[in-house]
Design a protein around this ligand. Structure first.
Ligand code: C5P
Ligand code: MG
Length: 200
């Protein structure tokens, strides 16, 4: 068990990519390979729909229209999840920051409490993402895994999230991986790139 002291700042990696790019799948594997904790911003929001009456309708509306939930809601969930977790000092945050509002508020509220490491972007072709979400929709039970919402999620990714990816690329804090390959290949490339990036 690892206990944070007030001075300890947990290490944070962000994992970005379009819908169906494999963020969740790769983070699950990374959490085992690197012995760290996977937090999915989208999953925390979905869980909050059942627990949180105050923001329930805002979250539901955003998810069903592929829009980004106001950052104070998401950051509050991430903050709690990070500082309530005591099994590791390293966190993979999947699906965050999705737009400038997410990023700027994170910097204002969280940057001083954590040690930022890098951003992993899983770059995937639209055809692969559509194929994976179509397959996933058969069992996921997710209200946003349908072709209409998927189109809106692609638009948000292109218009908003891509700017964030470019921001980190310009700062040389971005690791970009081809997500069209097999799960094992993508995982291997992420592990290798992380090693390289952080030994520089
Ligand atoms: O990452 P995931 O596909 O699980 O995200 C599902 C939805 O959750 C997004 O389309 C968006 O509506 C919402 N979300 C958000 N802000 C984030 C992450 C997810 O609003 N940072
Ligand atoms: Mg996911």
């Amino acid at each position: 068990m690892y206990k944070f002291s007030t001075l300890r700042k947990p290490f944070v990696y962000f994992i970005l990519g379009g819908p169906g790019s494999g963020k969740g799948t790769q983070c699950e594997l990374l959490s085992k390979n690197l012995k760290c904790v996977h937090l999915s911003a989208g999953q925390l929001l979905r869980n909050a729909i059942s627990n949180d009456s105050e923001h329930k309708s805002t979250i539901e509306n955003c998810i069903n229209s592929g829009r980004i939930v106001p950052s104070h809601v998401t950051i509050n969930l991430l903050d709690k999840a990070i500082f309530e977790e005591q099994s590791s000092e390293t966190f993979l945050i999947d699906g965050f920051p999705r737009n400038y509002e997410n990023m700027e508020n994170w910097i204002a509220l969280m940057d001083h409490k954590i040690t930022f490491k890098s951003v992993i972007h899983i770059l995937c072709s639209r055809a692969t993402m559509i194929q994976r979400i179509t397959e996933r929709s058969k069992t996921s039970g997710r209200s946003d895994d349908n072709i209409q919402t998927l189109e809106k999620r692609f638009i948000t990714y292109q218009n908003d999230t891509y700017k964030i990816i470019e921001h980190y690329r310009n700062r040389k804090q971005l690791i970009e991986i081809n997500g069209d390959n097999s799960i094992e290949t993508v995982q291997g490339e992420i592990l290798e790139s992380l090693k390289k990036h952080h030994s520089q």
